[in-house]
Design a binder for this molecule. Structure first.
Ligand SMILES: [Zn+2]
Ligand SMILES: [Zn+2]
Length: 247
C-alpha cells in the first residue's frame, strides 16, 4: 500500500512538473528525461562555453585576437568607476537564447544553471572575487520589476552569493529614475539617460566595503558605471562587476 501511494505521489509530481515546465528542451527540442533537467537539457547546458580570447583587463571588453589580456584604448584614456568587469561570453547563440529564456520568458528556474555556468567560467578569477565583502544585483525600476515579476540580476546574484558564501545586499542600491529600454538608444544617449538613475538608500555593508555588482548583460557599461558611481558616493571602497554575457 505504502509503495503504491509513493508511486502514485511520484506520478502526480511528474504530472505537476509537466504542467509547470515544458517537457522538451527549449533549445534543441530533445525530451527532458533526467530528474534535474528543467527547460534546457543537460547537453545544451554543457554546450555553453566561456570565451577564451583576449579581453581588456579593466572593462572586460572582449578583443578578437588570442593574445594576452591588456587595457583597451578607452580604459587607457579614462578608467571606469568600477575597477574591473568580466563577463563569461558574448551575447550570442545558445548563451543569448538561455538568457532570453531566463529574463523574458520568466523561467527563473534557470538561475542555478546560469550561476553554475558563471562560476565555471569566472569562479577562479581572483581579480573579481578576492576580498569581496558583498554581492549587489543591478536593480530594476520598481514598476518594471513588478511587471516582469522578478529581477533577473537579483536571481543570479542570490544564487552566486549562496554558492560562494558571500553576503548578498538587496534593496539598498535602488533605481530611482524610470528609463526607456537601453537597447533602443545610442551609447551617448544611454549615458545621459542613466545619469543619476541609481541611489543608495542605506550604506550598511557598502561603506568601506569591496562590492561585486552583478547583472545579466553588458552592453556599453553605462549601467554598471552609474551603479558604481552611486555605490562609491555611498562610501564603497571598491566596486567590481560581473555579467553573464556582453553584447
Ligand atoms: Zn537541448
Ligand atoms: Zn577597457
Amino acid at each position: 500500500m505504502r509503495f503504491f501511494l509513493q508511486t502514485k505521489f511520484g506520478t502526480y509530481l511528474k504530472l505537476a512538473e509537466l504542467i509547470f515546465f515544458p517537457s522538451e528542451c527549449e533549445l534543441c527540442s530533445r525530451l527532458l528525461e533526467l530528474p534535474d533537467e528543467r527547460i534546457i537539457c543537460r547537453t545544451c547546458l554543457q554546450g555553453l562555453k566561456p570565451r577564451r580570447t583576449s579581453f581588456c583587463l579593466c572593462c572586460g571588453k572582449f578583443f578578437d585576437d588570442a593574445g594576452e589580456p591588456h587595457f583597451c584604448s578607452q580604459c587607457v584614456l579614462q578608467k571606469p568607476v568600477f575597477s574591473v568587469h568580466r563577463s563569461c561570453g558574448p551575447y550570442f547563440g545558445s548563451l543569448k537564447d538561455t538568457i532570453i529564456l531566463f529574463k523574458y520568458r520568466g523561467f527563473h528556474v534557470l538561475d542555478k544553471a546560469l550561476a553554475t555556468f558563471v562560476l565555471q567560467s569566472l569562479g577562479r578569477e581572483e581579480s573579481l572575487w578576492w576580498g569581496v565583502d558583498s554581492i549587489i544585483p543591478v536593480p530594476l525600476f520598481p514598476e518594471k520589476q513588478k511587471k516582469r515579476g522578478f529581477n533577473q540580476a537579483s536571481e543570479l546574484a542570490r544564487e552566486l552569493a549562496r554558492q560562494k558564501n558571500i553576503d548578498l545586499i538587496e534593496n539598498q542600491l535602488i533605481k530611482v529614475k524610470k528609463t526607456p529600454p537601453q537597447t533602443s538608444l545610442e551609447a551617448s544617449e544611454r549615458r545621459k539617460n542613466l545619469k543619476e538613475a541609481f541611489a543608495v538608500i542605506r550604506d550598511q555593508g557598502i561603506k568601506d566595503k569591496t562590492i561585486l555588482l552583478v547583472d545579466d548583460v553588458y552592453t556599453t557599461g553605462s549601467t554598471l558605471q552609474e551603479c558604481s558611481l552611486a555605490l562609491m558616493k555611498a562610501g564603497a571602497l571598491e566596486v567590481r562587476a560581473l555579467t553573464i554575457a556582453q553584447a
